[in-house]
Write a protein that binds this ligand. Sequence first.
Ligand code: PEP
Length: 262
Amino acid sequence: MAKNKTVESRRPLIAGNWKMNNTISESMRLVNNLTGKVKAAKDRDIVVCAPATALAVVTTALKGKNIQVGAQNIHWEKSGAYTGEISAPMLTELGVKYAIVGHSERRQYFGETCATVNARARAALFAGITPIICVGESLEKREKGSYKLVITGQVKRAMADIKKSDAAKCVIAYEPVWAIGTGKTATFEQAEEVCAHIRGVLTKLYDAKTADAVRILYGGSVKPETIDGLMVKPNVDGALVGGAALKSDDFARIVNFVTPEA
Ligand code: PEP
């Protein structure tokens, strides 16, 4: 199994998912608080995924800063009769660099399927936006012990028809559903086991070099107290952070993680 965090494309990535939180004024307050607290670190990427209504002001406020902006969704068509959706050209015009696709909340509440996750990821790649593809098993599958099978299927279907050069640009977030917003975090070992498994799936789908280039994040109740231990794990390249991303002190501490190598 490839374990090489020194690959340039695997710069650590910490992404905050604000979900359906923060009006424009609240977003600006959070961004202003964050910029003062986040170190100007050259060795890591920092992203905030704001709600659609705040993307314009947040991208403007963060221009030239060390925090990039992500969307929480992206449609596969460039335009058309898709009420409520947001397209890649709309996002690129704003300067949005990342888009979350296939978050478990979208799979659970909005009918997102592996096929639509794949279509959204491909549209993002085509537009030069980095997809953060979320995969993760339910508590039931975890307890039954079939979680790796679930993850294998989700990764394979998300990556369908994505060529090697594009695959290397993807970010995959392992987010066990039972750990999202529950305060129940996976142990470092559980996170590492599945992130390593995902890299193994990518190795079989593509090759070791491609798999080694992909950033794999852990997400699920990540907190300031857990980030340092998580980032030590060889196959964990960062974190997708929900609740803690809404508090500037907590998110800044997560972003400013320290590892023995740092
Ligand atoms: C998420 O929404 O992607 C997430 C990981 O949420 P939380 O950190 O709140 O569990």
